[in-house]
Design a binder for this molecule. Structure first.
Ligand SMILES: *[C@@H]1O[C@H](CO)[C@@H](O)[C@H](O)[C@H]1NC(C)=O
Ligand SMILES: *[C@@H]1O[C@H](CO)[C@@H](O)[C@H](O)[C@H]1NC(C)=O
Length: 311
């Protein structure tokens, strides 16, 4: 019988060895599980704190900033917006559409261009955003609007514009809704009225516009409006029949026919805030919208008046 043949010292040794092995295995198991749970705790805590609620990666916001010559405002805008949107956990890209041609400023056409670029790069909704209007109250939502549009720059809280049909400043719109109304009119060269015409487009398409209500802040502290320091006479002027035409709803032009050339594209970081700057050259059909340049007409007018006086 083999077992009884085994000398007793070997049996003792075997027993000690088994005991040691079991103890060692148990110790390993316990320390590993403790280690694992602490690792889990260490990993879980700061992550869950950082990500609650998690960044909404199901939507991507394109912030479209029509732009020209306002460099110092951009330096303030970019870091402010990146921080503001990060606090709301909104995934976003910022597009500064810089008009580099010789024509008067065309905010609407620049937004049409921004829309095309942003949606091509995966954005499923956009914020049409003035560079000189900074949101201050964190209650102002830049999240994907579940129903209709969201007019962030509500006339109730805007520092300057208080009429009910105001749709400018900051407007958040879904990709499909912007496309549905054929974007914005391309006929608005110079300042103003393009957002009023856009408001009519939205109304005609029966799109609901909601606005922030019941904010804890008022007219003075919901936004910061960086006031225009330079009076842009060239852009404020009205010439030819611009006044008559731009008072009416434009059923011809929009997103479909905006004519432009991208001269260059740059990735910029302002104090850590990433923005894409697009240098865009607009095309103007001088038969359709002669007021893309006013100065010539002004000269013509004054010379005609002089001639009239002379006659
Ligand atoms: C408006 O805000 C106040 C305090 O911030 C709150 O008590 C009230 O319920 C709010 N009303 C609505 C309609 O949300
Ligand atoms: C400019 O607009 C007019 C009037 O709509 C049109 O007949 C003409 O073909 C346009 N010119 C160009 C170069 O697109």
């Amino acid at each position: 019988m083999a077992v009884t043949m085994v000398p007793p010292f070997i049996r003792t040794f075997k027993c000690i060895f088994m005991c040691l092995f079991v103890t060692f295995a148990l110790a390993c198991l316990i320390s590993f599980s403790v280690l694992q749970s602490t690792v889990e705790e260490i990993c879980k805590c700061p992550l869950s704190e950082k990500l609650s609620p998690p960044i909404d990666s199901s939507h991507l916001l394109g912030v479209i900033v029509p732009f020209r010559d306002r460099f110092e405002e951009l330096l303030e805008f970019a870091p402010h917006m990146v921080k503001f949107l990060a606090e709301q956990h909104v995934s976003h890209k910022i597009y500064v559409i810089n008009q580099v041609d010789q024509y008067r400023f065309n905010r609407a056409s620049l937004i049409n261009i921004g829309y095309k670029i942003a949606t091509a790069e995966g954005c499923d909704y956009i914020a049409m955003h003035d560079v000189d209007l900074l949101p201050l109250n964190p209650q102002l939502s830049y999240r994907y609007p579940t129903a209709g549009l969201f007019h962030v720059a509500s006339p109730e809280y805007h520092p300057r514009y208080h009429y009910n049909n105001f749709a400018g400043g900051i407007l958040i719109i879904k990709k499909e809704d912007y496309k549905r109304v054929n974007g914005m009119s391309n006929k608005y060269w110079g300042w103003g009225l393009e957002d009023d015409e856009f408001f009519v487009r939205l109304k005609e398409a029966s799109l609901d516009i909601s606005r922030p209500t019941n904010l804890s802040t008022g007219i003075e502290n919901t936004f910061r409006h960086v006031h225009d320091r330079v009076w842009r006479k060239r852009d404020m002027a009205k010439c030819f029949n611009q006044k008559e035409v731009t008072r009416r709803r434009d059923r011809q032009t929009g997103l479909q026919d905006v004519e432009y050339k991208i001269r260059s594209k740059h990735q910029l970081t302002v104090d850590g805030a990433a923005v894409t700057v697009i240098n865009a050259e607009l095309r103007c059909n001088r038969t359709l919208t002669p007021w893309c340049l006013c100065s010539e007409e002004k000269k013509k007018e004054t010379s005609e008046r002089r001639q009239g006086k002379a006659r």
